[in-house]
Design a protein around this ligand. Structure first.
Ligand SMILES: Nc1nc2c(c(=O)[nH]1)N[C@H]1C(S)=C(S)[C@@H](COP(=O)(O)O)O[C@H]1N2
Ligand SMILES: [Mo]
Length: 189
């Protein structure tokens, strides 16, 4: 049994539900895509699609937990480490939190320590397949130790900040941190 891997209030699913606010972006011209690293950095950086695809990749295996109570075990991913991306930029010493910025102004916040955890990464493939448009193509964040809403699909920017600030769902009552093992679903949990 895998109950020790399923946080309280969660149920296992075999499928891969699609959940988001707004429209799925369909890209035609990847030369227009970039990932911006900005905020409290020595110099802002824009990583092109071509450059991002040349960064070293690793395999990751994890379990994911959505706040709407589904969990999915044993996901295999291919992705770029946070260390490889941070190698492109110099952070100022006062950075404590990051805001992940996705297409259409969607965002989510997390502490720097959780962003740079060895288990967090920039996902490109899931279970052997390129991410589908619905699941975040071309690049989504994956932060498996927090509820899955912190794993921004269609990532376009990482903002480095000196204090915490609520992102899109957090403004609407979702928890600022979102630890599934403590059931931090909403800000009153
Ligand atoms: N850009 C963006 N990323 C997002 C969301 C969103 O609305 N927009 N929803 C989040 C939520 S609530 C969940 S549960 C997961 C769902 O990812 P999936 O559709 O690949 O299962 O994406 C997260 N990332
Ligand atoms: Mo979610």
């Amino acid at each position: 049994m895998s109950t020790d891997r399923v946080p309280p209030g969660q149920k296992l699913t075999e499928g891969f539900p699609v959940l988001h606010y707004g429209d799925v972006p369909y890209y035609r011209d990847m030369s227009k895509w970039d990932l911006k690293l900005f905020g409290l950095v020595e110099q802002e950086v824009s990583i092109s699609y071509k450059h991002f695809m040349q960064l070293p990749r690793q395999q990751y295996k994890n379990d994911i937990h959505c706040v709407t109570t589904w969990s999915k075990l044993d996901n295999v991913w291919e992705g770029v480490s946070v260390a490889a991306v941070l190698g492109q930029v110099k952070l100022l010493p006062n950075v404590t939190h990051v805001m992940l910025h996705a297409e259409e102004g969607w965002s989510t916040n997390l502490p720097l320590a959780d962003f740079i955890a060895e288990t967090s990464f920039f996902g490109l493939k899931h279970n052997g397949e390129l991410l589908s448009p619905e699941h975040g193509y071309p690049v989504r964040m994956v932060v498996p130790h927090l509820y899955f809403w912190k794993s921004a699909k269609w990532l376009r920017g990482v903002e480095f900040m000196a204090k915490d600030k609520p992102g899109f769902w957090e403004v609407n009552g979702y928890h600022m941190y979102g630890d599934p093992w403590k059931e931090q679903r909403y800000d009153w949990d």
